[in-house]
Design a protein around this ligand. Structure first.
Ligand SMILES: Cc1ncc(C[n+]2csc(CCOP(=O)(O)OP(=O)(O)O)c2C)c(N)n1
Ligand SMILES: [Mg+2]
Length: 574
C-alpha cells in the first residue's frame, strides 16, 4: 500500500523523470513530506506557477521525454494557463498536476475550492491541454495517470492536466505505475502506400524525367523523430539542400555545405532564394504544420512545379495545407528510410549534378542580411553584434533558448545552431518571458551543458524573477538580456505612429545586472561593443548562473525583410 502522493512520485521516477518543478501551497501539502521520501526526484521551487510550468516545458524539450510541474489548484493553476497553451501549440509534453480540496468538501465554500462549483480547474485547463480531468477517487488514480501520459504522448503530443483532490493524495493505493514503452515516445510508423504515391512526383511518371531540383524543409518532426543524423546522411549522399523551420533550427547543422539555414520568419537569404525560386521542382517537408511563419506568410511564390510533399504524424496537419496525393502520414525517420530505398535512389542520383550547381549558385550569394551589423561599433550596441559574438564564444554544443521580441528575429537570423534540441524557442504562441524559466528547465535536463538564453527587457519584466531559481540551485545558465529600454518589436511599429505610441512601448532603462546581483547571481553590464566577448567568456567560464545586461539600440530593423515583403504581397493577391 502506498499513499497517492507516493504512487505519483514513484511513477515519475519509473518514467525516468528526475525533476519536479513546483510551487507549494495547502492543496498540495501532502507532497512536501512525500518528496522527502523520494530523494531521486529533485524538487525545484519556482517563484511563480507559470515559471514552474515553463521550466517543465524546457525540461521536456531538452530531454525528449516529458516535464512535470505541480501547483495548487485555483490561483496556482490559473497562473499556469499561458504556459499550458504554449506547450500545446508547440506540442511539448508536459504533465501538470494541481491540488484540489477533498472530494467530500467540493462546493461547500472551502478556501481555494476550485472544483466544479467555482473555477472548475479541469475545465479551465481543458482548452489549453490535450487532456484534463479530476481524479475522482484514489481507486482511479492508476488508470487516469496512465491515460494522461498516453494522451500526452499523442500524436499530437502536448500538455495534460490532472487535478488531484486531497483525499486522493492521502488515500491508499495498492498498485504501482507500469512505465510506458519508451518506443511509444518516438513512433516509427508510416503509411508506405501514401509515401509511394507521393514519391511518384520525385521519380516522374511514364516518359517524365525525375524531379531534379529537390529541396528539403525540416520541421519539428525531425526533432521528435530523432532522425537528424539520417537526414544529414541522405542529404550528403544525394546532394540535397536542406532548410529548417525556425522551430526546428539545428536539426540540420547550419555550417554544413548543404544547409540553407532557416526558411520563413527571420530566415536566411539562401533559404528564400532556394524555396521561393521559380525553378524548384519538388519540396519535401518533414514534420512541419506549415504555419504562417514557416511558409513565409503562405507565400504565393512557394510553388515547386511538382508540388510539396508533406510528411507528418498528424493527418490533421496534412489535411490543412497539403494537396491530395502529396501528404504522407508517418514518422519523418521512417520516410527518410523509404527515400533511401532502391526504387527512389536512381531518381535522386539523376539530380545530383543539377543540385550541386544549384546549391553553388545559391550559396555564392550572401547568407545573411546586413552582415556589417555583426561587426557594428554603434552604441548603444547593435543586437546582431551580441548574437554573432555569442555564437563565437559559446561552446558548439551549448543550448540556446530564445524568448519573444525583436531579439527573436536577430537570434533566429544570426545565431547558427548545429544539432537538434540546441536551439529552443516557443515559436507558435510566443509568450514573453517563457525563455527565462524554460532555460532553467533545460539546464536541469542537461546538466553539464552550457545553456544560454537570449531575452529582452520586456520579457525580464514578466518572468525575470525566476533567475533567482538558477541562483538557488546553482544552475549554469547565461541570461543574455538585450536591453533596449523598449518593448522593441512593438516599438518598431509604434514609434512611427506618434509620441504616444512611442511612449507606451518604451521601458525605463532598468539595471538588470543590479537586479541579478540582488537575487544572488553574478552579473555584468555591457555598454561598449568591444566588451561583449569578454563578458560572455566570463559567463562561460563560471560554474553558475550569470546575467549580462547588454545596453542595445532599439531602433534597428529586424532581419525579417523577406517575410514582411511576402506579408504585404499576400494582402492583394487574393
Ligand atoms: C505575454 C505576451 N504579451 C505580449 C506579447 C506581445 N509582444 C511581442 S514582442 C513584445 C515586446 C518584447 O519586448 P522585449 O522583451 O524587451 O524584447 P525586444 O522586442 O525589445 O527585443 C510584445 C509586447 C507577447 N508576445 N507575449
Ligand atoms: Mg526590449
Amino acid at each position: 500500500m502506498a499513499l497517492g502522493t507516493d504512487y505519483i512520485l514513484d511513477a515519475l521516477i519509473r518514467e525516468k523523470i528526475d525533476h519536479l518543478f513546483m510551487v507549494p501551497g495547502g492543496l498540495v501539502d501532502p507532497f512536501l513530506p512525500a518528496l522527502g521520501r523520494f530523494p531521486t526526484i529533485k524538487p525545484i521551487v519556482a517563484a511563480q506557477e507559470g515559471g514552474a510550468a515553463y521550466m517543465a516545458d524546457g525540461y521536456a524539450r531538452a530531454s525528449g521525454r516529458f516535464g512535470a510541474a505541480l501547483a495548487i489548484g485555483g490561483p496556482g493553476l490559473g497562473n499556469m494557463v499561458t504556459a499550458m497553451a504554449a506547450a500545446r501549440t508547440d506540442s511539448s509534453r508536459v504533465l501538470i498536476m494541481s491540488g484540489e480540496v477533498a472530494v467530500e468538501m467540493e462546493g461547500l465554500g472551502a478556501f481555494q475550492d476550485a472544483s466544479y462549483e467555482t473555477f472548475d480547474d479541469p475545465v479551465l485547463a481543458a482548452p489549453v491541454t490535450r487532456f484534463s480531468t479530476s481524479v475522482d477517487s484514489v481507486a482511479n488514480l492508476n488508470h487516469l495517470f496512465r491515460r494522461a501520459l498516453t494522451e500526452m504522448i499523442g500524436p499530437p503530443s502536448g500538455p495534460v492536466h490532472l487535478s488531484l483532490p486531497h483525499d486522493v493524495l492521502t488515500g491508499d493505493i495498492a498498485v504501482n505505475h507500469v512505465p510506458l514503452d519508451p518506443a511509444l515516445f518516438h513512433s516509427r510508423g508510416i503509411d508506405a502506400d501514401m509515401a509511394d504515391l507521393a514519391l511518384e512526383r520525385l521519380r516522374g511518371g511514364t516518359g517524365e524525367k525525375p524531379a531534379l531540383k529537390v529541396a528539403i524543409l525540416a520541421g519539428a518532426g525531425v526533432e521528435h523523430g530523432g532522425c537528424s543524423q539520417t537526414l544529414v546522411k541522405l542529404a550528403e549522399r544525394f546532394q540535397i539542400p536542406v532548410a529548417t523551420t525556425l522551430r526546428a533550427k539545428g536539426t540540420f547543422p547550419e555550417d554544413h555545405p548543404l544547409s540553407l539555414g532557416v526558411f520563413g520568419y527571420a530566415g536566411t537569404r539562401h533559404a528564400t532564394s532556394a524555396l521561393l525560386s521559380s525553378d524548384i521542382e519538388l519540396l519535401i517537408v518533414l514534420g512541419s504544420g506549415l504555419n504562417e511563419r514557416d511558409t513565409m506568410h503562405w507565400s504565393s511564390r512557394l510553388k515547386p512545379s511538382r508540388g510539396v510533399i508533406s510528411v507528418n504524424l498528424s493527418p490533421k496537419a496534412i489535411a490543412i495545407e497539403t494537396t491530395a496525393g502529396l501528404g504522407v502520414v508517418g514518422d519523418c525517420g521512417a520516410f527518410l528510410d523509404i527515400l533511401a530505398q532502391e526504387k527512389n535512389t536512381s531518381a535522386f542520383e539523376a539530380g545530383i549534378a543539377d543540385r550541386k550547381s544549384w546549391i553553388a549558385t545559391i550559396r555564392s550569394g550572401p547568407r545573411f542580411y546586413d552582415t556589417e551589423h555583426l561587426e557594428s561599433d554603434m552604441m548603444p550596441i547593435h543586437p546582431a553584434r551580441v548574437v554573432g559574438t555569442a555564437r563565437k564564444v559559446l561552446p558548439r554544443d551549448a543550448i540556446a533558448l530564445v524568448d519573444s521580441g525583436a531579439h527573436r528575429a536577430f537570434t533566429g537570423h544570426y545565431f547558427d545552431a548545429y544539432a537538434p534540441r540546441t536551439y529552443i524557442s516557443a515559436t507558435n504562441l510566443g509568450p514573453m518571458g517563457w525563455g527565462i524559466p524554460a532555460a532553467i528547465g533545460v539546464s536541469c535536463a542537461r546538466p553539464g551543458t552550457k545553456v544560454a538564453l537570449f531575452t529582452g527587457d520586456g520579457c525580464m519584466q514578466m518572468h525575470g524573477i525566476e533567475i533567482a531559481v538558477a541562483a538557488r540551485y546553482k544552475l549554469p545558465v547565461i541570461f543574455i538580456v538585450l536591453n533596449n529600454a523598449a518593448l522593441g518589436n512593438v516599438w518598431l511599429r509604434a514609434h512611427t505612429l506618434g509620441p504616444v505610441p512611442a511612449e507606451l512601448t518604451s521601458i525605463p532603462d532598468h539595471d538588470w545586472a543590479g537586479f541579478a546581483r540582488a537575487l544572488g547571481l553574478q552579473a555584468a553590464t555591457v555598454k561598449n561593443p568591444s566588451d561583449i566577448a569578454a563578458a560572455l567568456e566570463r559567463a562561460v567560464a563560471l560554474d553558475g548562473p550569470f546575467l549580462i545586461d547588454f545596453k542595445t539600440e532599439k531602433n534597428t530593423p529586424t532581419p525579417v525583410y523577406d517575410f514582411s515583403q511576402e506579408a504585404k504581397r499576400w494582402s492583394y493577391h487574393e
